[in-house]
Design a binder for this molecule. Structure first.
Ligand code: PEP
Ligand code: MG
Length: 888
């Protein structure tokens, strides 16, 4: 029979950290902490397999589970000496969800389960604290009603506010036992009214209700949204953790807190966290009371008055600090920890790898490798390549003037500007229309996740550094300023005020998540520095990487940026981009609209010196590195004039009438230009275009070779080839131009002529095409378009649905369809190599910067990937990780 319940605590650990899939992250780590002798309240975990079975059996539990859970409860009873439901000395438990990866969106926590009208009296007696007992009971009713019964939590909060006001109190801690007793009565009548039944008094009913709610929450809308955003499979399921309660709210020697073993924003090796005296765990994250700092240093830096834990509870703090060190060494990673102090006794409630910003991830990986805790290769493997994106983008220009409205907590670094919106749906809607938005909330909750994702940045009035907003924003890589307490937000009227000034929906705001500053208007940005830890990790990555990384670039500026980012050549220079410049577009139009070769040549003669100048600049920047230049590719209509004035300009340049030009333009119209007269088809029809481009390339190469002494290595690439013959014809044009230039100049340069593989026919006929082509570069944008028969320009409208329905796991224009398009690439690589064993193979579609696609390129042994300049570092790291994976 399958075992579903796994115990921990009191010297027993049925599981361990290796069991995350089965026990969820929380359960596995609780078992692990118990097994290494840390003080963990005893408990048990109901496995994720039960979650799967629960859904398979129509949301019901098998009978065998009841016996197993009873055993689990007995285990806790045996260690604590208390009994579940015992009116004299009741055992209370917490019930928490816990999937393989932490997942906001699911039912989180129910505390104090096991309290009812009788056991609350027992708790008051044994604790000697009646106020505490009734406060615990009202908290339990409130939480249970919210997360298990799903009743409107506003009603309970309202009742609490009224109770406080009636008694003239400001803080929860000011309320007396009798106040809480009255509130419990009030709460029970709210439950009766909203739920139609009395609050459950049977502790076993309470427990099964909570367990069912945890499993039920796995399929909640919020959880589904979160899974989708984070690519988490729906069949993983969640585990349920049932654990003896310990109390941080038993007076001033009790406390509860959350901590990171290092700073999750910067990666600095300093304990980082918050705690509250005389409070239960939820108080810290909920932002109801403002938490205190953990360390004295952090308190002093912040200029805060309330004592830090280090000062208020020095002995327990010292014990906690030694647990931090132990856990870091044990897990060999930065940990995110929850703890409670009950009457000066420390209890560990959770540990897991802490979410961190890209900057912190880099620093922690590099520091840990330098300290010998992990190897350099592990450091390389640990940093998520996509997260580097956060570091590669501009930060606020320190010299730019800024109109600072207020300052909150620097909860997640990065700067963002955008229009203010006050709810998640609006954020999503406006972002879909291409607008940059800043989501401004009093505080965020899991319901806001889609809006947080859509927003450029998040600003909250409440909540600390470990609030929902802060944690989620850091995980998503969104800049966030939290706890900006001076904001007075009125979401209904869609405005907030601060320092006597008003900001309305749509006004532009800038937030700086690294300093906590909130500014009115957009503040200009500057390029980031890429030295330090970034440079170190990249160096380590380069030591293990096999794939070369090139860039897709055509302007000298892009080429230089890419070189600074470590590009080892150009994998794709799209020459048509150079044709759009205002100084040459008229000549380009003249060429396109010419009636005959003579007319075209006249225009091409004007373009030749311009193209040559482009290539000289690029060759100079890329000195000594390979540069792949693709000859003209796009459908010609992209260049056609539209305005009357544009026609007039071309008419004058070409010396023909406007009407003639218009007729010619309409002749060039195509129904489906993407599959029309483009790519090498242009070169086949008008060889003089490719001839001019080839001439410009070789003249430039020789000029740079003469000037600098280092000859560039041009790789001339023919686009959209489907057949051997096309490539043969085009290669002849290029070779003739080369010979002509070499003869004129009296010197030669080395060069290659190759082709893009971006049509299925080319992939299949690679054996023959490789007889002519000296290299292949996979143009996976067009190859995806033509293999799937999906227009790359129109796909966005329906591909989202395709991904939702699991037809494609991810957008195939973003992450390579390895199964389909990938198979064609494999075939082409194999057949190409069969003809020409040393054929150079690369990829230059957008996929060249996508980590999953890069991993595939490594497995089939391509020579290089080519990515846009800002993705070059991502590609370097992804290529290194792929190489490490290959070694196993
Ligand atoms: C491609 O098709 O993948 C490619 C790189 O060319 P383009 O995007 O210019 O069509
Ligand atoms: Mg293409």
């Amino acid at each position: 029979m399958t075992q579903y319940v796994y115990r921990f605590g009191g010297g027993v650990s049925d599981g361990g950290r290796g069991d995350k899939n089965l026990l969820g992250g929380k359960g596995a780590n609780l078992a692990e902490m118990a097994s290494i002798g840390l003080p963990v309240p005893p408990g048990f975990t109901i496995s994720t397999e039960m979650c799967t079975r629960y859904y398979e059996e129509g949301q019901a539990f098998p009978d065998s589970l009841r016996a197993e859970v009873a055993n689990g409860i007995a285990h806790i009873e045996g260690i604590t000496g208390k009994r579940f439901g015992d009116a004299a000395d009741p055992l209370l438990v917490s019930v928490r969800s816990g999937a393989r990866v932490s997942m906001p969106g699911m039912m989180d926590t129910v505390l104090n389960l096991g309290l009812n009208d009788e056991t609350v009296v027992g708790l008051a007696t044994v604790s000697g604290d009646e106020r505490f007992a009734w406060d615990s009971y009202r908290r339990f009713i409130q939480m249970y009603s919210d997360v298990v019964l799903e009743l409107d939590h506003g009603r309970f909060e309202e009742a609490l506010e009224i109770a406080k006001e009636d008694n003239g109190h400001y803080l929860d801690t000011d309320l007396t036992a009798d106040d809480w007793k009255r509130l419990v009565d009030e709460y029970k009548s709210i439950v009766q009214e909203l739920w139609g039944k009395p609050f459950p008094q049977d502790v076993h009913d309470q427990l099964w209700g909570a367990v069912g709610a945890v499993f039920g929450s796995w399929q909640s809308e919020r959880a589904k949204v979160y899974r989708k955003l984070n690519n988490i499979p729906g069949d993983w399921g969640t585990a349920v953790n049932v654990q003896a309660m310990v109390f941080g709210n038993m007076g001033d020697t009790s406390a509860t807190g959350v901590a990171f073993t290092r700073d999750p924003s910067t990666g600095d090796a300093a304990y980082y966290g918050e705690f509250l005296i005389n409070a239960q765990g939820e108080d810290v994250v909920a932002g109801i009371r403002t938490p205190q700092y953990l360390t004295r240093a952090a308190r002093e830096t912040a200029g805060a008055k309330p004592m830090s834990m280090e000062e208020a509870m020095p002995e327990t703090y010292a014990e906690l600090a030694s647990v931090f060190d132990l856990l870091e060494r044990h897990y060999r990673d930065m940990q995110d920890i929850e703890f409670t102090v009950e009457r000066a006794k420390l209890w560990m409630l959770q540990t897991r790898s802490g979410k961190r910003t890209a900057k912190a991830a880099l620093k922690i990986a590099v520091d840990m490798a330098n300290d010998g805790l992990i190897t350099r290769e592990e450091a390389v493997a640990r940093v998520d390549p996509s997260a580097l994106d956060q570091l590669l983008h501009p930060t606020l220009d320190p010299a730019a003037p800024r109109d600072v409205l207020t300052k909150g907590l620097p909860a997640s670094p990065g700067a963002a500007s955008g229009a203010v919106v006050f709810d998640a749906d609006t954020a999503e809607r406006r972002a879909e229309l291409g607008e940059a938005v800043i989501l401004v909330r009093i505080e965020t909750s899991p319901e806001d996740i889609h809006g947080m994702h859509a927003a450029r940045g998040i600003l909250t009035a409440r909540g600390g550094m470990t609030s929902h907003a802060a944690v989620v924003a850091r995980g998503m890589g969104r800049p966030c300023v939290s706890g900006a307490g001076t904001l007075s937000i009125n979401p209904r009227e869609r405005r907030f005020t601060v320092g006597g000034r008003e900001v309305r929906e749509g006004d532009i705001l800038t937030i700086d998540g690294a300093t906590g500053e909130v500014m009115l208007g957009a503040v200009p940005t500057v390029q980031p520095e890429l030295a330090g830890d970034f440079g170190t990790l990249m160096e380590w990555a380069d030591q293990v990487r096999r794939l070369k990384v090139r860039t897709n670039a055509e302007t000298p500026l892009d080429c230089r940026t890419a070189r600074d980012f470590g590009a080892e050549g150009i994998g794709l220079c799209r020459t048509e981009h150079m044709f759009f410049e205002s100084s040459r577009i008229t000549s380009v139009r003249q060429m396109i609209l010419a009636e005959d070769e003579k007319g075209r040549r006249a225009a091409l003669d004007k373009l030749l010196p311009e193209q040559r100048a482009d290539f000289i600049e690029i060759f100079e920047v890329m000195a000594g590195l390979p540069v792949t230049i693709r000859l003209l590719d796009p459908p010609l209509h992209e260049f056609l004039p539209h305005e009357e004035a544009e026609f007039a300009e071309v008419a004058e340049a070409a010396g023909v009438g406007i009407e003639t030009l218009k007729r010619r333009a309409s002749e060039l119209h195509e129904v489906n230009p993407m599959l029309g007269h483009r790519g090498c088809r242009l070169g086949v029809s008008y060889p003089e275009i490719y001839e001019m481009q080839a001439r410009a390339i070789f003249e430039a190469a020789i000029e740079v070779a003469v000037k600098s002494g280092a000859a560039p290595i041009p790789e001339v690439m023919i686009p959209l080839v489907a057949t051997r013959r096309e490539l043969e014809l085009m290669k002849a044009v290029v070779d003739q131009a080369a010979q002509a230039v070499f003869a004129e100049k009296g010197r030669t340069v080395e060069y290659l002529v190759g082709t893009m593989i971006e049509l299925p026919r080319a992939a299949l006929k690679a054996r023959e095409i490789a007889e002519i082509g000296e290299f292949f570069s996979f143009g996976t944008n067009d190859l995806t378009q033509t293999t799937l028969g999906v227009s790359r320009d129109d796909a966005a409208r329906f591909l989202g649905t395709y991904v939702d329905k699991g037809i494609y796991a991810r957008d195939p224009f973003v992450s390579l369809d390895i199964e389909g398009v990938g198979e064609l690439i494999e075939i082409a690589a194999e057949r190409g190599r069969a003809t020409r064993p040393d054929i150079k193979l690369g990829i230059c579609g957008e996929h060249g910067g996508d980590p999953a696609s890069i991993a595939f390129c490594e497995t089939i042994g391509l020579d290089y990937v080519s990515a846009s300049p800002y993705r070059v570092p991502i590609a370097r790291l992804a290529a290194a990780q792929a190489a490490l994976k290959g070694r196993g």
